[in-house]
Design a protein around this ligand. Structure first.
Ligand code: ADP
Ligand code: MG
Length: 682
């Protein structure tokens, strides 16, 4: 079997099905083979209706009396039917699945799997899935795979495809070298695992299959990042010499001393810059941990060596703040900074300064990498609030640096990367962590407030803070109310409502659809204390610094991930005064996430929890494209990660000695390429 031919090569898969599968990324036979069941049903555990107990159940029976009723609320239907076996009958209901009315043959028996629960005054089987009993009877194993539905292709169809492929599994070649692999990687392990995953005889067999396939997946990710690291080592960069007297001079001008964690991170970076291989380092540190000054020290070393530095921020607001902050630190030492954003006046003059080398530190958004800006001697590039440079960005940068030299790269982020991700997806980066906040920082008091309690508990607090001339952020999910749904607070409606409640206060709103110049104006007014309450979407999320703001109100807080809530909370507590974060929830009970926000102020702990609750794709959005959404493995498989790392280290070593080492494992090389495209070429 050729694993890389398209799925239409399989009997029974026509153009139309292939098109649907393609929408879910299943293009080749290989893709299909690796599309694994999400669960297995054991139909032997079916119970008689007379013996039913509440909970998840399987029943075998016939169904009759199917009908659908439309409820008053639009778009809401309830379909019901009566399921009967020889011991009795029960009612089955489906919500918003009107097609169920036509799905069944009343003369045939089905297995129904669903939740048997008390609802609307009686026990019912809720939203059961169903499968023809005769289909199950034809199967040899009693474990019936349940596949996730994809673009209209149902679980039962997948069962049929795999059944047709069954005789061909024998032709699946091995993927991994056996050397330095854990014991479950043996000849034919892959073929066996794939077969068992689709047709297991026992649960244990299914589990073992999953373990092997998870191992493969982790190994692919880790190997891709290890090879990417090895490739980066071959590049050359301009060494930027450390001179103690320069760094000391800068440190002397600061109104504070560095924390120990800042010192360690700084030292990592300054040493990297001296090398002739380009730095690829991630600086992670909680909001307010002081990453900017570390970047300034690094920039100063580069500039003192005669090089230019670019600092890239995610928004113009942030670029502007960085330009102001860095100029304050560095201009007394003779450094010329230049801000290049959309709103910059006399752009041509600024670009001229950059091209001639008059400007030492250039601050802007991503545009400075893609537009026609020419650098005189760029050697260090710092990117704020991002986890890493994408390969496209790196390639653009190579065009901007002189003499085929690669720039040193430093990315900074306040969303920390849990260890399991560091070891896998981020293995190509060196990581420095600022693990402590500067002394004397106050803990931001965080409270979940029920929507209905706002008047009693929130508004008085707002009055108090306004009386102290403090400022307030008020975050809403939506920009404006859309159609009938006003379930989620919107910036425009909230601003209006607050203006009615706080008539004397200056209230403005901010959102991502405003023109950059408008946004900048509002943000500058807020920073200058000319706005009391800023109602905004999450555009204020990253980096913005307004020390006089002491209250962060987040509407519909349960709609955000922990990392994002923590980032938002970090907008306050930047000055001397006690600050507060209020998480507004419409739920009766706060969710686990919101409770975690109340309980901890450690961004690192929150990120670990977020990873467990939501998975990495949601958190590290900029890296999406599937790379972080493992199909089979989980980032909590620490033992598998350790084993895969061990084998990867051996493979890399072997490759150094013998570049042809993987020749017999062509598919593995191709797989790595696949991962590299996903993770690195984002
Ligand atoms: P972030 O890591 O979130 O980017 P910043 O670099 O913006 O944090 O720093 C937050 C604030 O803390 C700034 O006002 C900065 O001047 C201040 N700061 C940085 N390092 C120290 C320190 N060691 N001691 C006291 N204040 C510091
Ligand atoms: Mg910052």
């Amino acid at each position: 079997m050729d694993l890389y031919q398209e799925v239409t090569a399989i009997k029974g898969i026509g153009e139309k099905t292939a098109e649907s599968l393609k929408k879910s990324g299943i293009i080749t036979v290989r893709d299909l083979l690796y599309f694994l069941p999400r669960d297995y049903e054991n139909y032997q555990t079916a119970v008689k209706i007379a013996d039913l107990k509440p909970g998840k159940v399987i029943i075998k029976g016939k169904i009759a009396d199917l009908k659908t009723v439309y409820t008053r609320r639009r778009n809401f239907t309830i379909t019901s039917g009566t399921i009967a076996d020889e011991t009795g009958s029960i009612k089955a209901v489906w919500f918003n699945q009107p097609y169920r009315v036509k799905q069944f043959d009343e003369k045939k028996e089905y297995y129904f799997t669903g939740e048997y629960a008390f609802k609307a005054n009686k026990y019912q089987l809720q939203n059961p899935s169903a499968i023809l009993a005769e289909d199950v009877a034809a199967e040899t194993s009693h474990l019936h795979p349940v596949y996730p539905q994809r673009s209209g292709v149902k679980s039962q169809q997948f069962v049929k495809f795999f059944d047709r492929l069954r005789p061909q599994f024998n032709q699946i070649p091995d993927l991994l070298p056996l050397e330095n692999a854990p014991s479950f990687v043996r000849p034919a392990a892959r073929k066996d695992a794939l077969y068992s995953a689709h047709f297991p005889d026992t649960e244990r067999e299914a589990e073992a299959a999953r373990k092997y396939l998870a191992y493969e997946e982790l190994l692919g990710l880790i190997l891709a990042s290890a090879l990417s690291k090895a490739a980066a080592k071959k590049l050359r960069a301009a060494p930027l010499k450390f001179e103690a007297k320069n760094t000391k001079a800068l440190l002397k001008t600061l109104p504070f001393t560095l924390t120990d964690a800042q010192k360690r991170a700084t030292w990592d970076i300054l040493q990297d810059l001296e090398k002739t291989t380009p730095m690829s380092r991630l600086l992670q540190g909680d909001v307010g941990s002081g990453k900017t000054v570390v970047a300034a020290i690094a920039a100063f070393q580069a500039i003192k060596s005669g090089a230019q530095v670019a600092l890239i921020a995610p928004t113009s607001i942030l670029a502007t703040q960085h330009a102001e902050g860095l100029d304050k630190i560095l201009s007394p030492l003779g450094v010329k900074t230049a801000l290049l954003i959309g709103a910059t006046k006399h752009k041509e003059t600024v670009k001229e300064q950059i091209a001639t080398g008059t400007a030492d530190l250039i601050i802007g958004t991503h545009a400075i990498l893609t537009d026609d800006t020419i650098f005189h001697n760029l050697a260090l590039c710092i990117i704020d609030e991002q986890h890493r440079f994408g390969v496209k960005q790196r390639q653009k940068l190579l065009l901007k640096t002189p003499r085929n030299l690669a720039p040193h790269l430093l990315s900074m982020t306040a969303t920390p990367i849990p260890r399991s991700l560091q070891l896998t997806v981020f293995g190509d980066l060196d990581i420095s962590t600022i693990s402590e906040l500067p002394k004397g920082r106050q803990k931001i008091e965080t409270k979940v407030i029920k929507e209905t309690d706002k008047k009693a508990t929130l508004y008085p607090k707002i009055h108090q803070e306004i009386a102290k001339n403090h400022q307030i952020y008020w975050i809403c999910r939506a920009i404006e109310d859309t159609g009938t749904s006003s379930e989620v607070a919107s910036v425009k409606r909230q601003a209006k409502k607050l203006q009615e409640l706080f008539q004397k206060q200056r209230i403005e709103f901010l959102h991502g659809k405003m023109k950059p110049a408008e946004k900048d104006e509002i943000m500058s007014k807020f920073a200058a204390g000319k706005i009391d309450i800023l109602v905004s979407t999450t555009v204020v999320e990253v980096g913005v610094n307004v020390p006089n703001a002491t209250v962060m109100v987040i509407e519909d807080a349960e709609n955000y991930g922990l990392a994002q809530l923590h980032q938002l909370r970090g907008r306050v507590g930047r000055g001397q005064d006690q600050s507060y974060c209020y998480l507004i929830s419409k739920a009766d009970q706060p969710t686990r996430r919101l409770k975690a926000m109340e309980a901890t102020d450690s961004g690192f702990k929150l990120a670990e929890l977020d990873l467990r609750l939501r998975g990495p794709g949601e958190i590290y959005g900029s890296l999406q494209h599937g790379a972080l959404d493992l199909n089979i493995a989980s980032f909590s498989d620490t033992a598998l990660i350790a084993a895969a790392r061990k084998q990867v280290a051996a493979i890399v070593k072997n490759l150094e000695q013998d570049p042809a080492y993987l020749t017999n494992y062509q598919e593995l090389s191709a797989g790595i390429f696949h991962y590299q495209k996903l993770t690195i070429l984002n």
